[in-house]
Design a protein around this ligand. Sequence first.
Ligand SMILES: [Zn+2]
Length: 352
Amino acid sequence: MKQLRNNVIRAGLGALYFSGAHHLLRPLLSGVGAIFMLHHVRPAREAVFQPNRHLEVTPEFLRATLCHLRSRDIDIISMDELHERLVQGRFDRRFAAFTLDDGYRDNLDYALPLLREFDAPLAVYVASDFAEGTGRLWWTALEAVIAKTEQVDVRVGNSALRLDATTPAAKQATFDRLHDWLRALPGEHDLAREIEALCTTYDVDMAALCRSLCLSWAEVKTFAADPLVTIGAHSVSHCNLAKVAEDVAAQEIATSRARIEQALQRPVLHLAYPYGDREAAGMREFGLAATAGFKTAVTTRPGMLFADNAAHMTALPRVSLNGNYQDARILPVLTSGAATAMWNGFRRIAAA
Ligand SMILES: [Zn+2]
């Protein structure tokens, strides 16, 4: 199912590019700017089984994106400035902001040098447990479990399942099955219990994965010292905020921010909702972020920015730089707004 959707989107992007329709749609859909969303930035890896590949782009693709924006004379600005331009209605020049979620060390190693080269600001949203070295990167842990075994024995509800993991295709199918199951579990505790059980059975050290991939507090501080860098909050535990009680969600937001402010000795004014889709961030979360005083909060809902987004500053859409589509030919489609409009069924704003 996921593969089918990916194929449709891929065909869609290709069709948009080759038909040239994105040129025609641009005045209508490109809006005033865009916020790009990234996760890992690192060199491509050899393994065939890479179910989380959508969460990483290569430094070369990031460079191509930066070159494309510069060639279009699009301003690359910080989230503070983006907030200011939206508030003031200053749209004489188109703009883009770069945001990187979770707080991965490769952001410091690969993204920062490139962004410096282009004098381009970036925002990194840190989940405080990740910087603490105790984060639950369950999607990475699930990949590690399936990568190292030929079958996964797991109890899903009342049935004991034995899932094939002998070939890359079988591993992918097993990953999709378990990923969907884990994300659909009723509570964060259920997710924690099940992924920890899998890690114990298949001898995967989730804390070690976290420490090897994520910026430590010392590294976050180093990162933040660069004037191009804004550090934002991304909750404490990277939980689905919409699935927890309201006081817990408020606590996740407030505590992560306090922890980062304590480490950096500066205010944290920007937030990214973990997962950030409709099932993870809705009206309640947008309100919590506004009440907490964040200037902006970003979702993972696809979309360009329009003047109207100024009225929904804690429900901002983004444009994903998705590792599955690292082809420089899609960049004009992405910046035309045609791709996100396609994903939204050609609605401009999806803030409710
Ligand atoms: Zn995240």
